[in-house]
Design a protein around this ligand. Structure first.
Ligand code: GUN
Ligand code: ZN
Length: 424
């Protein structure tokens, strides 16, 4: 029994940054068998049809079946303020972000935006998300409640700040520890939900708060810890002034027990040689947020780091300017071009699926099509607009057929989304 999905199928046998694009497996007439919320088999359509004659068939024709997108760094509370004009990071936070996050003291508002964010991201083919909430514990409850109802694998954490934020958006070292711990105990490991310990970034946490969250992480070592690192040069100068005893930005985390495997740092653009070496040595994850880094004017992430570290891809909404991981892949391509490298479509697709899953230490569960993996899938129309259709007409291989959708595609390219083995 089960569902047999027919179409072109794209999956990966390895990491195209380490081993080249040859690790991608493309089946022009392929099939994916879904049973009990998991992928049971994948391969040539002929073989699977013969082997599973009882399965219910959904034929997607020439559309491409892939693992659903994994967005490794977002701020769901910033959904409604996406595309706010004219500011760089610190002014953008003060003018737009903090007033917006203040509204999440109202649980009804948090529930509304949590549902809106999950609806929007699913419509863009994103099946898993790792999000910051706000300072309010109810904002974490709202997101987990909405994701649980949809059966999605998501990560979320209460954003902790005890300085340099307005009254009403500040906690304390003790309340950050207590609230984070209570939320972790309530949600972590429930269904497909994972709690992430979430200090916003060093400018908005005292060393005492970072230390309290470092202690919490030691007590719950299987959790992830997410924060921001070296996004803008002004921010780095501010961190130097706030932490005169620290060797560099990373050291402000390292000194408080917030650097090891399972640490997930967003942005990480302007790194020193010591920071790079320590991040690699510690086995940390970095998340590339290319639409945000250009929109807020932060800088160009060095994708060369993907050869030595777990690197994921993310929209970083609302600093990022799109909910689409296709648009985000396009921005990653453009940023790498400005750094002198043309990323291969296989690398871009891998980053948005398996790379992000790996950055979140979930690559054995999501982000790829393989037996035993959770059946989170996206079905992509490779001719979703006239402009894309005409650009693919002479395509001679899957990469030529896919690249125009990477560069010009949006939610119109999303033909279908499957979450835990059920079509949405
Ligand atoms: N650094 C600290 N907070 C934020 C945020 O909300 N968005 C971005 N892009 N950077 C941050
Ligand atoms: Zn962020």
């Amino acid at each position: 029994m089960g569902d047999l999905l027919l179409g072109q199928v794209l999956r990966f046998d390895g990491d195209p940054f380490a081993d080249g694009e040859g690790v991608a497996r493309h089946e022009s007439h392929g099939a994916v068998l879904v049973q009990n919320g998991r992928i049971a088999d994948a391969g040539p359509a002929d073989r699977l049809r013969t082997a599973h004659p009882q399965a219910r068939i959904t034929d997607y024709g020439r559309a491409l079946i892939s693992a659903g997108f994994v967005d490794a760094h977002v701020h769901y509370p910033q959904t409604a303020m996406i595309a706010s004009w004219g500011k760089r990071l610190i002014d953008w936070l003060n003018l737009y972000t903090f007033p917006e996050e203040m509204r999440f003291g109202d649980p009804a508002h948090a529930a509304d935006i949590a549902n809106r964010h999950l609806d929007l991201t699913l419509a863009h083919g994103t099946t898993s998300v790792c999000t910051y909430a706000t300072i309010h514990p109810a904002s974490v409850d709202a997101y987990f409640t909405a994701a649980k109802a949809r059966g999605q694998r998501v990560w979320a954490g209460k954003t902790c700040m005890d300085r340099n934020a307005p009254e009403g958006l500040r906690d304390t070292p003790q309340s950050a520890y207590d609230d984070s711990r209570a939320l972790l105990q309530k949600w972590h490991g429930v269904d497909r939900l994972s709690y992430v310990i979430t200090p916003r970034f060093s400018p908005t946490s005292t060393p005492e708060q970072l230390a309290a969250l470092g202690a919490l992480w030691r007590e719950h070592p299987d959790c992830l810890m997410q924060t921001h690192l070296s996004e803008q040069t002004d921010e780095i100068a501010w961190v130097q002034a706030l932490f005169p005893q620290s060797r560099d930005y990373l050291d402000t985390y390292e000194a408080q027990g917030l650097l090891r495997e399972g640490a997930v740092y967003g942005h990480a653009i302007h790194l020193t040689a010591r920071e790079r070496a320590r991040l690699i040595e510690a086995g940390a994850s970095l998340v590339h947020c290319p639409t945000s880094n250009t929109f807020i004017g932060s800088g160009l992430f060095d994708m060369g780091l993907a050869r030595s570290l777990r690197v994921g891809l993310a929209t970083d909404t609302g600093g990022g300017s799109s909910f689409s991981m296709l648009r985000t892949m396009a921005a990653a391509y453009e940023v790498a071009q400005l750094n002198g490298t043309a990323l291969h479509p296989a690398q871009l697709w891998w980053l948005a699926t398996q790379g992000s899953a790996r950055a979140l230490h979930a690559e054995d569960r999501i982000g790829n099509i393989a037996p035993g993996m959770e059946a989170d899938l996206v079905v992509i129309d490779l001719a979703s607009t006239p402009a894309i259709e005409q650009a693919t007409r002479r395509a001679e291989n899957i990469w030529q057929a896919l690249f125009p959708t990477i560069m010009m595609g949006d939610d119109r390219a999303i033909r279908s989304v499957w979450v835990a083995g059920r079509e949405r």
